[in-house]
Structure formats: C-alpha cells, structure tokens
Design a protein around this ligand. Structure first.
Ligand SMILES: Nc1nc2c(ncn2[C@@H]2O[C@H](COP(=O)(O)OP(=O)(O)OP(=O)(O)O)[C@@H](O)[C@H]2O)c(=O)[nH]1
Length: 318
C-alpha cells in the first residue's frame, strides 16, 4: 500500500483555474517529480502549451472527455507510467472542465493494474467564486465536481464581495459538507494543502454514488455545449484585439470559455489570451523559438454562431 504512487485528480468547471493551480504546483520548489496528464475538450490542444515546462512530463489526451471516450487512454497512460515507477513521486491528472470526476476516480479502483500500482490521493476541485452559483443551476458537471471533492479551492475571490463569497460557500457546503475549502486568488495555496492529502474517502463516495465501484458509466454531456477551434498563421493585433474584445463583450454570456495562442508579425513572443464569459485576459508569454508561428483559438459555449466567429477570426489573419 505505502509504495503506491499517489494520484491527484484536479477538476473544476471551465475556466475556474485548474491550469493556474497546476502551474503553481509545478513551479514551487518542492523537490518532487510529477507526471502530469492533461485532458482537454476541443480538437486543438492549448493547455499542454500553457503548462510550464520544468522537469515534468506532460501527457496530453485531446480526443474527447476523459470521463467518457478516453478512459481507455487514461488506463493506457497509467499503465505506461507504472512501468517507469521510481522516475516520479506523484501523478496529477487535470480533467476537462466538463468532466464528471466520478468515472475518472473510478479508474483507480476498478482497473486492477492501475489500482495495484497507484492510489487516488484526493479529488481537488477548483471553483470559480464568481460563476459557480450560476453553473450549479445549469451544469450538472459543476455540481458533481463539488460533490466529489476532498479539497475545494474557491478561487477568484478578488472578483466577488465578502457577502457573495459567503453565499457561494454556503452553496458548496450544502452539496459537500466534508471537503476542506480554501479561499484563493490565482490559486495561491501551499502545495501541501492539495497534494499528498490521503483524503479520498471511498465510503463517502459510495454514499453519494452507490454504483461507484460497478463498471459502466452514464455520463451525458450537455448536448447544447459547442466546442470549436480555428487555426490561422500570423494575425494582425490591430484587428485581432478589437475583434476578441468586442466578441467577448457581446457574446460573453454564451461563451463559457475561450483561449488561444496567437502569433503577431515581428513579435518574438506568443500572445496568450484567456476568457471566461466577458472577462478577458491576455499577455505575451514565452518565445516562439523554432515552433511554427501558428495562431490557434478555442471557443466553448452555448448558442454560438461558429461560422461568424470563424469568419471574424480569419479576417484578422495577415
Ligand atoms: N480575476 C482572477 N482571474 C483568475 C484567477 N485565477 C485564474 N484566473 C484567470 O482565469 C482564467 C482561467 O484560468 P485557467 O487556470 O486557465 O482555468 P482552467 O480551469 O484551467 O480552464 P479550462 O481548463 O479551460 O477549463 C485565466 O484567464 C486566469 O488568468 C483569480 O484568482 N482571479
């Protein structure tokens, strides 16, 4: 038991701050070696390029949602990692914002080879203090992510008042009275509060989901959820910036998440932007180096006019 590799499942709804937390964990001087498995929703992998390098190995799973079609991939990656036991101290799995964490956690109990070699240490859920209450109304995944959490990182406290924070905490407590809740800005939290917690409690989970240990999985994704991604070469910042700003302001309520890595002419660094509804962030990050100067953008939302967004993006190309 003791030499099983601890696995942390990092979950949380679209845009809550999972990658922010992951990067924080990976850049702290902890002296540990982590293997990271990143799963994202969308055909073009973006998160992989936004996870800080260092010594970690990052395995990407882009073919679908980790809790559905790619569970086989997760088992295969885990099997591969187990053969290289001793090369790292822990495994972190970052799920997509639309994943139900139950079947991901289940993999560590139901698959014999995986459960012989690894133990689920904790499900860590990052919650967006500004948007969680809304998502609890319309996104069943958001509720499951809270219900299954052993540790909840209640993030983006800078965007809400103390009273709103109290309300969202009460909503969380009503769903999950057990998890430890940490209030954070930019996921600032000691690594020891999220890793190696020995917190996953199978009995509690079986109370929430009696069929947890049975094979089979009935997760129905939100049928209205759209995800699309576009590529172009270099884009003109004088066109791109007003376009993306205007789009997120106008369509913000329908855009749950957008992000991209963009190449501006004569700019040695990559422009990285991130949006959650109408809140948009962007800055220059990391040199292109020898990588092809290609712009990639991803949008996830409901009732979006994909063709209009595609045309708007393509019109920014140089
Ligand atoms: N205001 C504010 N913004 C934050 C905070 N933490 C993260 N963000 C921003 O929120 C956006 C989403 O953060 P990510 O870490 O990429 O979120 P994620 O959960 O990995 O997103 P997906 O993987 O796409 O679901 C980025 O623009 C971050 O800079 C915070 O505490 N306050």
């Amino acid at each position: 038991m003791t030499d099983k590799i601890p696995v942390t499942v990092l979950t949380g709804y679209l845009g809550a701050g999972k990658t922010t937390l992951l990067n924080r964990i990976l850049t702290e001087p902890h002296g540990k070696r982590y293997a990271v498995i990143v799963n994202e929703f969308g055909e073009i992998g973006i998160d992989n390029d936004l996870v800080v390098g260092a010594d970690e190995e990052v395995f990407e799973m882009n073919n679908g949602c980790i809790c559905c079609t790619v569970r086989g991939d997760l088992i295969r990656i885990m099997d591969g990692l187990m053969k290289r036991k001793g090369k790292f101290d822990a495994i972190i799995v970052e799920t997509t914002g639309l994943a139900d964490p139950a079947p991901v956690a289940q993999t560590f109990f139901v698959d014999q080879d995986v459960s012989d070699a690894a133990r689920l240490d904790a499900v860590v859920t990052v919650a967006d203090a500004k948007w969680l209450a809304e998502r609890l109304k319309d996104a069943p995944e958001a509720k499951n992510q809270i219900a299954f959490a052993d540790v909840i990182v209640l993030n983006k406290i800078d965007l809400v008042s103390e009273a709103e924070l109290g309300e969202v905490e009460a909503r969380i407590r009503a769903i999950n009275p057990y998890a430890r809740i940490h209030r954070t800005q930019r996921c600032e939290i000691p690594v020891t509060e999220v890793l190696d917690r020995k917190a996953f409690d199978l009995d509690r989970i079986i109370e929430i989901e009696p069929e947890f240990l049975e094979a089979g999985h009935h997760h129905h994704h939100d049928e209205e959820m759209q995800s699309f991604s576009f590529r172009a070469g270099e884009v003109d910042p004088a066109k791109f910036m007003p376009w993306i700003t205007d789009l997120t302001q106008r369509e913000g309520p329908s855009i749950l998440r957008c992000k991209g890595i963009v190449a501006f002419p004569d700019e040695p660094q990559r422009f990285v932007f991130q949006g959650v509804h109408m809140i948009l962030d962007g800055d220059l990050q990391g040199d292109w180096g020898d990588a092809p100067r290609e712009s990639r953008v991803v949008f996830i939302g409901r009732n979006l006019d994909a063709e209009a967004i595609r045309a708007g993006f393509m019109a920014c190309a140089v």
